[in-house]
Design a protein around this ligand. Structure first.
Ligand code: NAD
Length: 393
């Protein structure tokens, strides 16, 4: 199966298959049956961390920014990491940092603020810095982190502009450090299975993709307030959540789009959309002829869905890019097959992927260049919407 997969996949897909070792794949036998894992593919990228390393061998991570995502998802996930441990915190709120340090066993001497952040260079316990700040601050804190001699994991979107992304890549290169963008879906078993199914011909010839990501922006939530500020957010729904639709179209096809058209609309008078956009619908044309129809919204209620339309069957992932509890269905003329795949902590998987890449001196699967490509494409989506023209990439 692996040889078949290999021959069918493009160069970019080979990159994606680094995560396939983490999933079990079915033979897609009887229609309507529950998915039964029949074999696990050998991993092509860094070997999966089967046994946890002893604490002294794990790489030490510092988390920068103790907001909602960092404290609710990332910090707790270190407990499930096999190659990585949390050793330092960076926050402007020392009381909050001390509370989390105590809860997660971080030495209080390893608490930094944004002023003394650069002195992290003198801390040999810290190998990797994970930047989980508002988007407009990603470039500054990633560059300062790389200059301090640390490897960098940066949240999506990578930065506000292509120039900032390039400066981050340059800084990591100059310091000979790794830079990875935290595209968790590319480490998540349901999405990896969807990629494999789509690219291995199980759906027939791929014709179209639909991907919808939206939520209703809530300014009462402090984590949403900066998202309405262009300088801190870089863009609106597209930068925050539409990026998942864009990513899905790219990783499902394993191709890069050649043409883009788009339309944008924000509800007039809505105070949330003074600086950033509410809705962007965009269409991507890929070299194979696949057309992807994507939506991105800060106005509609929680949606995180990917559909892949092939000549023989349709794949539906819904929810596709949630934190837990994904659902994958293959729909055929004669019935639907629900694919039951073991859920894994995608945050722990992506964190360990970077640690493993550092230990083996390999390029991570989602390096800075992957983040830059999305920022470049999102800028072109805005241009297509602004001009009403189809843009050639
Ligand atoms: P948040 O507002 O909860 O956290 C941001 C943190 O940055 C806060 O602790 C805040 O105090 C701090 N901060 C420092 N300087 C700031 C400034 N000038 N203005 C505002 N806050 C400042 O936001 P969040 O939802 O945790 O998002 C943080 C990052 O994580 C964003 O880049 C976001 O895109 C990303 N994120 C990723 C995922 C994912 O699934 N990968 C999910 C949520 C958020």
């Amino acid at each position: 199966m692996f040889d078949l997969l290999k021959s069918e996949l493009t160069r970019r897909t080979i990159l994606h298959k680094a995560g396939f070792g983490l999933i079990a794949l079915s033979t897609f036998g009887a229609v309507g049956t529950i998915f039964k894992p029949t074999r696990t593919l050998a991993q092509a990228g860094p070997a999966p961390a089967k046994e946890p390393l002893p604490p002294e061998k794990k790489l030490g991570w510092a988390v920068v920014g103790l907001g909602k995502f960092a404290t609710q998802q990332i910090i707790p996930s270190f407990a499930e990491c096999k190659r990585s441990k949390l050793v330092a915190l960076v926050s402007s709120d020392r009381t909050k940092a001390k509370r989390y340090a105590q809860q997660y066993g971080v030495n209080p001497k390893n608490i930094y603020n944004y002023q003394n952040y650069d002195s992290i260079r003198d801390n040999p316990e810290v190998d990797v810095i994970y930047v989980i700040l508002p988007n407009g601050l990603h470039a500054e804190y990633s560059i300062r982190g790389a200059q301090a001699g640390k490897h960098i994991m940066c949240e999506k979107p990578m930065a506000n502009t292509v120039e900032e992304c390039q400066a981050m890549i340059n800084a990591a290169k100059k310091s000979d450090r790794k830079l990875m963008i935290a595209y968790r879906s590319q480490y998540e078993p349901y999405n990896l299975t969807a990629i494999w199914i789509a690219q291995s011909g199980k759906l027939g010839k791929l014709k179209a993709i639909a991907s919808d990501h939206g939520r209703n922006l809530d300014l009462k939530d402090p984590a949403d307030r900066w998202r309405a500020n262009k300088k801190l957010a870089g863009g609106g729904s597209l930068y925050d959540i539409g990026i998942y639709s864009l990513q899905a179209a790219r990783y499902i096809t394993g191709e890069e789009p050649q043409e883009i058209s788009a339309m944008m609309y924000s509800t007039p008078g809505d105070p949330r959309f003074r600086e950033v956009e509410e809705n962007v619908n965009f269409v991507l044309r890929f070299p194979s002829g696949v057309l992807a129809n994507c939506t991105s919204s800060y106005g509609y209620s929680d949606t995180k869905r990917i559909q892949v339309f092939g000549s023989d069957a349709t794949l539906e992932l819904d929810p596709a890019t949630d934190y837990y509890q994904h659902r994958l269905t293959i729909k055929r003329k004669n019935g639907n097959e629900e694919q039951n795949i073991e859920e894994k902590n995608q945050f722990a998987l992506e964190i360990d992927h970077l640690s493993e890449s550092i230990m083996q001196n390999k390029q991570p699967k989602t390096p800075g260049e992957e983040g830059l490509q999305d920022v470049r494409l999102m800028q072109l989506i805005y241009e297509a919407a602004r001009t009403g023209k189809t843009i050639k990439v």
